[in-house]
Write a protein that binds this ligand. Structure first.
Ligand SMILES: Cc1ncc(COP(=O)(O)O)c(C=O)c1O
Length: 461
């Protein structure tokens, strides 16, 4: 921290309440102030360089100084800086982006709806699903199924669907009828000797048993991230999505693919739904949609969802939902340019190639005393840290080992993120071979320094 009373650090402590931060600890620790970005790197206000191995918050696909996005924003600002999309109004960029997204969708989709954050898009999906059930004359069809360790945002509805303790504790969340399934994490949740396929079969059976116990007519939708991100980069076991979808189809339950992290190349194909052959009724997108240069999110709905909603809005007189900035023209212009760059530069192919290099490099650390599991797909990966490999446990306090390693990585100039005791890697899609190797070298160095501080007696091997 700083002892200078007027420093940016002191003013941040004085005036800024940070999201996802221990507010009391922040008074002592203060902020890391990021000053500028270039490619996959960011620099703090002391000039220290970091590899941004989380792409910000899983989001800056095209890197931290893409001039084309600046130009797209400037040009749109000069032409039409704002207009809304309520009451039949529209404008060029939102029309173009709607058409573009529907054209990119991996399954037939009907309409795009625009929001500002992943949480708002999830909130909107939930509201549209309930609206649809009422439109169909099925008011009892309202329950939602999610998985443990899911992350679907932090608005009241989003946080209710999220299944991580810190998002629930003390917030008095109020959405009823959310049913939580086992997370599809083979390493952590499988029975001894259970293969990936057997584990997937068991989870599909758990899903079906829950649906039957609750009454299939009461279940509206299943929300799932193709790869669970913030819950620990949980890569589903072989055959999982195929088996889950068979159950959902059998009982006429909508499938919402939360593509907020996976969308636009992260898993090595354009969408997580492409990678896992998921056929969603609703797709939720954000983050790499605009590379987070401006807040953008959207959902796509298919005809099965759109048609009853259309009829209900006609009965009521309007679809009473939308945001002042829904389909904002500057955001839409930036998103369009960002998608153009992702396609022109084959950043999806690059993610697949660099992801393989990253995962192979991480896999070489499997024998490191602190590494329990290395998992990933495309250009998203995690290393689960343990001190006891047999029992798959880390230091006594959950998250303590993650925090220790994270501190050393930051020191080594590598920004990762500790999800309890798993370190996540999700670098910009533009990363090069040399930068992947640099990332791996910094990770290894930080990991070794952390190991030197772990009490010997806590280590199993
Ligand atoms: C899968 C998923 N859904 C929803 C959200 C919420 O997005 P936002 O933080 O923009 O509200 C996130 C954010 O990380 C996410 O990873």
């Amino acid at each position: 921290m700083t002892d200078k009373p007027n420093s940016p650090e002191a003013r941040d402590i004085a005036y800024h309440l940070h999201p996802y931060t221990n507010a009391k600890k922040h008074l002592e620790a203060g902020p890391v102030i990021i000053d500028r970005g270039e490619g996959v790197h960011v620099y703090d206000n002391n000039g220290k360089q970091y590899i941004e191995a989380m792409a910000g918050l899983w989001s800056v696909g095209v890197g931290f100084n893409e001039k084309r996005l600046v130009k797209a924003a400037t040009e749109q600002m000069e032409k039409l800086p704002y207009y809304h999309t309520f009451t039949h109004k529209s404008h060029g960029p939102v029309i173009e982006l709607s058409e573009k997204l529907i054209g990119m969708a991996p399954v037939p989709m009907s309409k795009a709806f625009f929001t500002n954050s992943g949480s708002e898009a999830i909130d909107t999906a939930l509201k549209l699903i309930w609206y649809r059930s009422n439109a169909l004359g099925k008011p009892e069809k309202k329950k939602i199924i999610v998985r443990n360790r899911a992350y679907h945002g932090v608005t009241i509805a989003g946080a209710c669907l999220t299944s991580l303790p810190a998002n629930h504790k003390s917030f008095d969340l109020i959405v009823p009828n959310v049913l939580r399934m086992t997370a599809p994490h083979h390493w952590r949740e499988a029975m001894p000797g259970e293969s990936e396929e057997e584990f997937a079969t068991r989870l599909a059976r758990e899903l079906e048993d829950t649906i039957l116990a609750e009454g299939p007519e009461t279940i509206a939708a299943f929300f799932g991230e193709p790869v669970q991100g913030a819950g620990g980069v949980i890569v589903p076991p072989a055959t999982y999505w195929e088996k889950v979808q068979a159950v959902l189809n059998k009982y006429d339950i909508l499938l919402v693919a939360d593509e907020v992290i996976c969308g636009f190349g992260r898993t090595g194909t354009m969408f997580g739904s492409t990678t896992y052959d998921i056929k969603p009724d609703i797709m939720v997108m954000s983050k790499q949609l605009s590379s987070s240069y401006l807040p953008a999110s959207a959902l796509m709905i298919n005809d099965r969802v759109f048609e009853p909603i259309m009829e209900e809005s006609d009965r009521i007189g309007t679809l009473g939902h939308g945001y002042t900035a829904s389909g904002h023209p500057v955001v839409a212009a930036v998103a369009l340019e960002n998608l153009k760059i992702i396609e022109e530069r084959d950043l999806v192919g690059n993610a697949a190639r660099m992801g393989e290099r990253l995962r192979n490099g991480l896999a070489e650390l499997a024998d490191h005393p602190l590494v329990g599991e290395v998992r990933g797909v495309g250009l998203i990966a995690a290393v689960e840290l343990v001190t006891d490999k047999t029992n798959k446990t880390a230091l006594e306090a959950p998250g303590a080992l993650g925090a220790l390693v994270n501190a050393h990585l930051q020191e080594a100039g590598l920004i990762s993120r500790a999800m309890v005791d798993a370190m996540a890697f999700c670098p910009p899609l533009i990363i090069s071979e040399g930068e992947v190797d640099d990332l791996l070298a910094r990770f290894k160095s930080g990991l070794d320094k952390a190991l030197a501080e772990v009490p010997r007696e806590t280590l199993s091997a």
